[in-house]
Design a protein around this ligand. Structure first.
Ligand SMILES: Nc1ncnc2c1ncn2[C@@H]1O[C@H](COP(=O)(O)OP(=O)(O)OP(=O)(O)O)[C@@H](O)[C@H]1O
Ligand SMILES: [Mg+2]
Length: 311
């Protein structure tokens, strides 16, 4: 069932009581694999039969799931989480509409969205564990981690939003953060494509310099991306860039920070050297990279690093 279809049908049919039940399920994700009906009833202001009725309707729209087993209870799924988070964003006047999908990654779906003032935005729905979900079927034994995946998606959104809030005001080229709700991050939209999809780059040296400069600015703000492939860098026709996808960032003091930083730089330099035939770094790029790596590498290690990249 597509998100659009659900929004069109279920959104109108569900009322505040249904959302109250979804809220209880979200708040207790970590406590249960299957949330017992008694527990849901205790935490709501409704009697048991009303709760059962509300849950049946949520189940009808596949926002929750009632696995067979000893405990009579329910499991929340991504549809239910999407619904609750979207409803909250609408209630808070952050969102008014959902547009077309603009990016499907491994761990997230990104949609176009519209704010009440008619501005476009990007809505990122985290979907951690999605690939293992497809096989969850109806068997109780395979259900172990659904709730922990939902919880992990909420955490990922929280981390990503935190990074954007640190980096955007410091002038790092990241999406402007607008809001975070559960596993959803809303940002300003950027009309660009992933770097590997660019057929032609007029000035690859300049683009590379821009990226390295932004890695440095982020580093100065105590943030290391840690998953910086060129797929996480968008570029516009005028060759402006934006670095996206920050849920796994770490602080400089993290024990793996330097390893990640080195890997981020290596991926980037390797790509530009192979694809865009950059054989040598400009003076400015070298200075920035030296500034970053000098803190962790001695001079020999640094030269070896460059040799490894531009071999
Ligand atoms: N602010 C934005 N503006 C425009 N497009 C965006 C924006 N954020 C993300 N996208 C699009 O959505 C795609 C997926 O985004 P992102 O890399 O953040 O998610 P992901 O699913 O975590 O990716 P990955 O596959 O690397 O895990 C991007 O490649 C890009 O095309
Ligand atoms: Mg990505």
């Amino acid at each position: 069932m597509s998100l659009h279809f659900l929004v069109k049908t279920a959104f109108k049919d569900l009322n505040e009581d249904h959302f109250k039940i979804l809220e209880i399920l979200v708040e207790n994700l970590e406590k249960f694999e299957v949330i017992p009906i008694e527990f849901i009833t205790e935490h709501s202001n409704f009697d048991k039969s009303s709760v059962e009725k509300l849950l049946r309707k949520l189940n009808l729209y596949k926002l929750v799931w009632a696995p067979k087993g000893k405990t009579r209870g329910y499991v929340l799924n991504y549809n239910g989480l999407d619904f609750l988070a979207l409803k909250k964003l609408v209630d808070k006047n952050i969102l008014e509409g959902l547009g077309k999908p603009i990016g499907v990654g491994k761990e997230a779906d990104v949609y176009e969205g519209f704010t009440p003032s008619g501005e476009e935005c990007a809505i990122k729905f985290f979907r951690i564990g999605r690939t293992s979900f497809r096989s969850y079927g109806k068997r109780r034994s395979t259900l172990t981690s659904i709730h922990s995946y939902l919880h992990a998606s909420i955490e990922a959104a929280r981390f990503e939003f935190q990074a954007l809030k640190i980096l955007y005001p410091r002038g790092v080229a990241v999406p402007e953060p607008i809001a975070r709700e559960k596993h959803i991050v809303v940002t300003k939209i950027f009309r660009g494509i992933e770097i590997p999809s660019a057929q032609y780059i007029n000035n690859p040296e300049k683009v590379l310099k821009e990226i390295i400069l932004n890695i440095w600015k982020a580093y100065e703000a105590n943030v290391v991306h840690s998953d910086l492939s060129v797929y996480n860098i968008l570029i516009t026709p005028t060759e402006d860039i934006l670095i996206i996808d920050w849920p796994q960032w770490v602080e400089r003091s993290h024990p793996m920070a330097f390893t990640y930083l080195k890997r981020d730089l290596k991926n980037l330099l390797r790509y530009f050297s192979k694809k865009w035939k950059i054989r040598e770094l400009s003076e400015e790029c070298r200075e920035i990279i030296e500034k970053i790596l000098k803190e962790i590498l001695n001079i020999d290690e640094y030269h070896n690093f460059l040799k490894g990249v531009f071999q």
